[in-house]
Design a protein around this ligand. Sequence first.
Ligand code: SIN
Length: 279
Amino acid sequence: MGERIKLKSLGAVGARVEDINLSQVTPDQLNALKQAFADHEVLFFEDQDLPPEAHLAFAERWGEINVNRFFATVPGHPAIAQVVKEPEQQGNIGGYWHTDHSYDQIPALGSMLLARQTPPVGGDTLFASCTRAFSTLSEGLQQMLMSLRAVHSARHVFGAQAEYSEAMKGRLGNSDQANVDAVHPVVIRHPLSGKPALYVNPGFTLRFEGWTDKESAPLLDYLYQHIGRAEHSIRYQWREGSLAFWDNRATWHWAVNDYQGSRREMHRVTIEGEQLHPA
Ligand code: SIN
């Protein structure tokens, strides 16, 4: 396999795949990429000259495309979400720790984010490993968490009354579709690696099932600061033509909003997932 793709681990999570052209991935390379994705949870590819059709075609080799119902899309490409911040806009999309689609009963497998325009400085993305974070908890807490489920929602982020969706007007829409909550195990068995992964996030998790918000907050806050620790995360610096492919069931991400006055445009293609099961 080492000969089919060249991998460079980035530390706590993720690996860079070198010397590969995503428009011409062979079946052998794809098999090796699938193993690497299960092992490293985020794959990074650089210097890719990928028109939107090739971006979609590569994504389709991993599963059905999930068109995110809240994001604006790239003109002419309704299956590609546009993640953009114009120089005059203050807020960015995804500027907080989260994992995409945990508000869906069948959360998306992951997303392929391709950098189309990057600011001269800043605009990095942080990634954290939720499998690594689980493995560094005490056995006592691990056991207790395995008995819990949590409620996730999109209402407070993408719903009509949400401050965030108001601030992102024009870039997000369909607030009427933010109306169904989902319940998932707090510790899932990762569908690809089989590893236990913490599956709660500050973006979309509301509470533990059967607990109040107030009762849930201290333990959720503890888990959030634990997952986000430097030992469990990396910071990725983009250049145009870089593509990150992350697994939503194993990782969190955070788009750093530190490039006021500059433009950043990313194209995101999301792939369908499956029902999650407890570890
Ligand atoms: C996202 O949350 O999907 C956006 C990530 C980024 O723009 O870096």
